[in-house]
Design a protein around this ligand. Structure first.
Ligand SMILES: NC(=O)c1ccc[n+]([C@@H]2O[C@H](COP(=O)([O-])OP(=O)(O)OC[C@H]3O[C@@H](n4cnc5c(N)ncnc54)[C@H](OP(=O)(O)O)[C@@H]3O)[C@@H](O)[C@H]2O)c1
Length: 330
């Protein structure tokens, strides 16, 4: 990322909305800094071929996207590794995240070693448990998989990983230095509370779907109270997948006011709350646009609040939908 110097030093416990002069790094509860704007290799690049992904990811890195968000389940860690090598950017300047497939029972250390090998790296900056098993009870999980007719593919054992045992193994990986920070993704408050009860090292961050139409009730304040950083995926949802909606007019007005796109406003809305923001694009123009525009403006606290208030009038979840009732806003 080009502009990482900042007059403000966000940390995981700031009270929203927090304004920043440029796109900074956020200091996590373990003392490591994370660039607040990231390029993701899930969604659009999910399980693509090397021919498709290596040039795109290399292009993103060359345009200053130094925080790279990958996962075992995306099937493209090796492609990201190739892009890192092709970019010529020193490893020490990059922030690489990958994730343990959290929804099946597996040896965490073995899975992590395979990820490192595919990435061609000696360490990652951040290793996440991709998801808790999100059904509340074993019975709910079973009926979920019965509905999707997945019982032939998975056995019960693999469906019920023990989050606490997984976290203990994550702590060992961190202690070995092969992952500098460890965290979680898609965890609800109940999952975080369970982990915090036995954790020697608390999660540094929770990566969740976050946009005006999915603000998760009290989950963000809970993170701040516990000093756990938040990373937002799908931050452009109100601009891309969930239109029309109640924030359309205010996004358009703010885009006009600041001379930016509605996408820039959507990303800035997350950043100005002290939330690490993960987007992706196959368009170099779009990626360059974000890098040029995002440091050039910030939303006022009133504007951040206005978007939040309007956003609460609609509920939209784009990911992991099978694990939630339609009206579940957690
Ligand atoms: N932990 C998890 O469970 C989880 C789940 C989902 C995602 N993620 C991570 O978060 C990353 C980003 O997720 P996301 O893709 O949902 O983020 P997003 O920033 O909300 O959406 C990015 C997508 O929006 C498109 N887009 C941008 N501006 C647009 C416009 N004006 N009109 C129409 N389309 C537009 C982009 O396509 P173009 O190529 O056209 O720009 C791109 O495909 C993923 O790659 C992954 O790394 C994690």
């Amino acid at each position: 990322m080009r502009s990482v110097t900042s007059t403000s030093k966000p940390n995981a416990s700031v009270t929203p909305p927090r304004q920043t002069e440029v796109i900074p790094k956020l200091t996590m509860n373990d003392g490591y800094e994370i660039p607040m704007f990231a390029y993701g290799l899930g969604t659009a690049l999910y399980k693509g071929t090397a021919e498709e992904i290596v040039p795109l990811a290399t292009m993103a890195i060359k345009n200053g996207y130094y925080h790279l968000d990958c996962a075992e389940s995306y099937g493209n860690e090796a492609h990201l590794g190739a892009a890192i090598a092709a970019s010529g950017v020193p490893r020490s300047e990059l922030f690489v995240t990958t994730k343990l497939r959290g929804t099946k029972k597996q040896d965490v250390n073995a899975a992590f070693e395979k990820s490192l090998k595919r990435l061609g790296l000696e360490y990652v900056d951040l290793y996440l448990i991709h998801a808790p098993h999100l059904a509340r009870t074993r019975e709910e999980m079973q009926s979920l998989f019965r509905e999707k007719n997945l019982f032939n593919k998975y056995d019960n054992q693999r469906l019920t990983p023990d989050i606490l045992a997984q976290w203990a193994q994550m702590e060992q990986i961190r202690a070995s230095g092969r992952a500098r920070s460890i965290g979680v993704s898609n965890f609800l408050q109940e999952h975080l509370e369970a982990v915090l009860e036995t954790a020697q090292v608390p999660p540094a961050i929770n990566q969740i779907e976050y946009h005006p139409y999915l603000q998760h009730g009290e989950l963000i304040p809970f993170h701040r109270e516990k000093g756990i950083a938040v990373a937002a995926y799908a931050p452009l949802t109100a601009v891309t997948k969930a239109k029309p909606g109640p924030v359309d007019d205010v996004y358009a007005r703010l885009a006009g006011k600041y001379g930016v796109t509605e996408g820039d406003v959507a990303l800035r809305w997350c950043l100005d709350q002290g939330i690490v923001t993960i987007t992706t694009s196959s368009s170099e123009d779009r990626l360059q646009g974000y890098m040029n525009k995002l440091p050039s403006f910030k939303l006022t606290p009133r504007e951040v609040d206005e978007v939040a208030q309007l956003g609460r009038q609609k509920h939209y979840r784009g990911f992991w939908k099978n694990h939630f009732a339609d009206d579940d806003t957690r």
